[in-house]
Write a protein that binds this ligand. Sequence first.
Ligand code: FES
Length: 69
Amino acid sequence: MPYRKDDIICFCEEVTYETIVRAILDGADTVDKITDRTAAGLACGTCIEDLENILEDILSGNQAIERKR
Ligand code: FES
């Protein structure tokens, strides 16, 4: 499911999809690195699966940040 860039992926830390994608494009190629850079996943961990999915999508080029719907 495509995300919109303002969608909150990590509710605990209020991290948006756009912030996560930027971190990935900036070199965060593991969930741990995304967490280091954005704080997403630091608290309850519920968003970790989403982070994994987004990471996979971006690294495989399936989903561009511009794709909104
Ligand atoms: S939703 Fe991301 S740590 Fe809780």
